[in-house]
Design a binder for this molecule. Structure first.
Ligand SMILES: Nc1nc2c(ncn2[C@@H]2O[C@H](COP(=O)(O)OP(=O)(O)OP(=O)(O)O)[C@@H](O)[C@H]2O)c(=O)[nH]1
Ligand SMILES: [Mg+2]
Length: 194
């Protein structure tokens, strides 16, 4: 039976020593989601852009990995959070929850794999069916350094993207080509839409 004479515990309080956020402060945050077949190069692209590294060994992403990039554009501090989704089939359903509130969905494929291009189309249909078209879409052909192994024609991919109103580009995380400039342009475009 409850008694009334138990003294009430004091409410715990948090003691803050800072009254201003510093390094991690920003003005505008964007969420970029990367989707595409397993092994097409999403994690390497994220790591190249966010950390300027290129992992030598392949470790397939389990569920999702995050990358963060801070940019200063016209004195505005922009924080881009990259949601790098695991491309294995088994993560497809859980990934549907993660598109929510994305600014951009980056549809990735490997230029040396026709299968990866078809997988990208499949995932795009899945997104449109389960999430809609609230985000910007951009199509990214990865591993452009492997020109001699190319299986996905540049013009064919560009036309697939253009027919849906999406921009298209190719880049190489290995050689660090066409990454900084594309993400800067994309982010400036996102800013212009605010
Ligand atoms: N030549 C070349 N190889 C690359 C490039 N980017 C990634 N790779 C290689 O492609 C393989 C897969 O790269 P990841 O970035 O881990 O692939 P992922 O799309 O994240 O794969 P999941 O996490 O399974 O969805 C690795 O062996 C990388 O070394 C690139 O720009 N050029
Ligand atoms: Mg990965």
């Amino acid at each position: 039976m409850a008694t009334n004479n138990v003294p009430a515990k004091p409410k715990p309080t948090l003691n803050y020593t800072r009254n201003k956020l510093k390094d991690w402060d920003y003005d505008i945050g964007f969420k970029y989601v990367l989707i595409g077949d397993t092994k097409c190069g999403k994690t390497c692209l994220t790591k190249r852009y966010c950390e300027n590294t290129f992992p030598e060994t392949f470790t397939s992403t389990v569920g999702m990995e995050l990358g963060v990039k801070n940019l200063d554009i016209n004195s505005q501090r922009i924080r881009i959070t990259f949601w790098d989704l695991g491309g294995q089939e088994k993560f497809r359903v859980v990934s549907r929850q993660l598109y929510r509130n994305s600014t951009v969905i980056i549809l990735c494929y490997d230029i040396t794999s026709k299968i990866s291009f078809n997988k990208m189309i499949e995932i795009h249909e899945d997104i449109v069916t389960h999430y809609g078209q609230g985000s910007l879409f951009i199509v990214a052909g990865l591993k452009s350094d492997l020109e001699e192994e190319r299986k996905v024609d540049f013009v064919y991919a560009k036309e697939w993207a253009a027919s849906r109103g999406y921009p298209h580009f190719e880049c190489s995380a290995k050689n660090n080509e066409n990454i900084d400039n594309i993400f800067l342009e994309l982010t400036e475009h996102c800013l212009s839409l605010i």
